[in-house]
Design a binder for this molecule. Structure first.
Ligand SMILES: [Zn+2]
Length: 379
C-alpha cells in the first residue's frame, strides 16, 4: 500500500479539496456535484479520485490509495459502478450501451486510453461531439438496476455543457433524485452554458486557475522542464496545468508552424513578407488562435535563452539550427542579461494576450508583435 492518499497529487486546488474531504469525513455526500473552472485545472481527476475515495478499501487516511482492487478498477475505467460519460460523436449505442461498429469502438477506446496515459492531450474524434441522449438513457437505465457491488455508484459526466436542451431535460429527474448511494459529478469549463435547472440541482464546486508557481513546480517535477522554461510557461498558461504541459511538450500544430514562420521572418528582417502574410491570413486566425501563436512564440524566445548554455533543456529542439542562428544575431553576450530580456518579452506578450481578450484590434497586435520580435534581434 502506498503511504499517501492520491489527493496529494492534485495541486493548487486546496479550497475544492477541503470541501470534498470534509464531505467524506462527515459522511455527508451530496447526490450531485458540479465541478466548474477553466480547462486543465484538475476537475476530472478530482472527480475520479473522489469517486475512488468513496469506494477505496484502504484505511481512511489513505483514501484513495490508488492500489486496492477498487481503486485499480477506477483508474482503468473498469469498475462496474463507475459510469463515465463524455462528449462523443454518434456511436450508435445500443440500448445496452454497446458499441457495435468497430471503428466507433476504436475511437471510444482511444479516448479512454488517452485519458489514462496522456490526459493533458486533446483527443480528437472524427466528427462532432456532444453528450448524447442515448448515453443519458443508458446511464438512467444502469442506475435503475439495483444490484451493485460498491459503497457508492459514481457517475461522472465530463463537459456536461455539451448536452442539448432535450438531453438535459431527459436527465433532470435522475439528477434531482438519483437512486440511493449514487453520486453524480458533472464537470464543465463553461457553467454559463448549462441549463439553470441543471445547475440548481448540484452542489457547485469551483476549481480556480492554478498559481503560476505551482504550475512551474509541476513542470519541473513531473516533466523534467528546465526551471527557466517552467517560469516562462507558467506565466503564459493562464492558470491551466493542461495548457502548460501542452506547451512544454512542443506538440506540432499549424499554429506552432505559424509562430515559427513569424520568428523566421523577424530574424531575417523580412518586413515585406510579414505584412504580406498578414494580409493573406486576415481571416484565418481568430483571437484564440492568435493567443496560441503568441504563446508558441514565447516558447521559441525562451529557447533562445537556453540554446547556448543548456541545449538539452531546449523545448523546440527540432528547430535547433534556427535557434542557434537566431541566438547569434542577438547582440547580447551576458546570459543573465538575455534571461532578463526574455522575461521582459514574455511579460509584454502576456499583456498582448490580455489585450486580445479585451477585444483590441488583432491586426494591430500582430504588427506590434512583429515589431517587438524585430527589436529583440536588433537591440
Ligand atoms: Zn484504494
Amino acid at each position: 500500500m502506498q503511504e499517501q492518499s492520491l489527493f496529494h497529487k492534485i495541486k493548487g486546488q486546496s479550497r475544492a479539496l477541503k470541501i470534498l474531504l470534509q464531505a467524506i469525513e462527515n459522511e455527508h455526500i451530496a447526490h450531485a456535484y458540479l465541478f466548474h473552472g477553466i480547462e486543465g485545472v484538475g476537475k476530472f481527476t478530482t472527480a475520479l479520485y473522489f469517486g475512488m475515495a468513496l469506494n477505496c478499501l484502504a484505511n481512511k487516511e489513505f483514501r484513495p490509495c490508488g492500489v486496492c482492487s477498487s481503486c485499480h478498477k477506477f483508474l482503468h475505467f473498469e469498475h462496474p459502478d463507475l459510469i463515465y460519460l463524455f462528449p462523443t460523436p454518434n456511436l450508435q449505442l445500443t440500448p445496452d450501451g454497446e458499441i457495435k461498429n468497430d471503428e466507433y469502438r476504436k475511437e471510444y477506446e482511444g479516448y479512454l486510453r488517452n485519458k489514462i496515459e496522456t490526459p493533458w492531450e486533446d483527443y480528437r474524434f472524427s466528427s462532432n461531439i456532444m453528450i448524447r441522449k442515448e448515453s443519458i438513457s443508458w446511464l438512467i437505465k444502469r442506475l435503475n438496476i439495483t444490484s451493485y457491488e460498491a459503497r457508492y455508484r459514481i457517475c461522472i459526466i465530463e463537459d456536461a455543457d455539451l448536452m442539448n436542451v432535450e438531453t438535459a431535460n431527459a436527465f433532470l429527474k435522475t439528477l434531482e433524485e438519483p437512486p440511493e448511494s449514487t453520486v453524480i459529478i458533472l464537470t464543465t469549463n463553461n457553467p454559463s452554458q448549462l441549463l439553470p435547472t441543471i445547475v440548481s440541482r448540484c452542489q457547485p464546486i469551483h476549481f480556480q486557475p492554478v498559481d503560476p508557481n505551482v504550475i512551474a513546480q509541476i513542470l519541473i517535477d513531473d516533466f523534467s522542464t528546465s526551471p527557466r522554461t517552467a517560469r516562462i510557461v507558467s506565466q503564459i498558461a493562464d492558470g491551466s496545468v493542461k495548457y502548460a504541459i501542452h506547451l512544454v511538450q512542443g506538440e506540432s500544430s499549424k499554429l506552432r508552424e505559424r509562430a515559427f514562420e513569424i520568428m523566421q521572418m523577424a530574424l531575417e528582417g523580412n518586413d515585406l513578407a510579414y505584412y504580406r502574410s498578414l494580409q493573406a491570413n486576415l481571416q484565418k486566425y481568430n483571437a484564440e488562435n492568435l493567443i496560441e501563436i503568441i504563446r508558441y512564440i514565447c516558447m521559441f524566445v525562451g529557447d533562445l535563452d537556453l540554446i547556448e548554455s543548456a541545449t538539452e533543456q531546449v523545448v523546440n529542439i527540432d528547430k535547433k539550427d534556427f535557434l542557434i542562428e537566431a541566438r547569434a544575431k542577438i547582440p547580447i553576450q551576458d546570459s543573465a542579461e538575455l534571461t532578463d530580456k526574455v522575461l521582459d518579452f514574455v511579460l509584454l506578450m502576456q499583456d498582448y494576450i490580455r489585450k486580445i481578450r479585451g477585444n483590441v484590434n488583432l491586426q494591430l497586435i500582430q504588427q506590434n508583435l512583429y515589431f517587438q520580435l524585430n527589436k529583440l534581434f536588433r537591440l
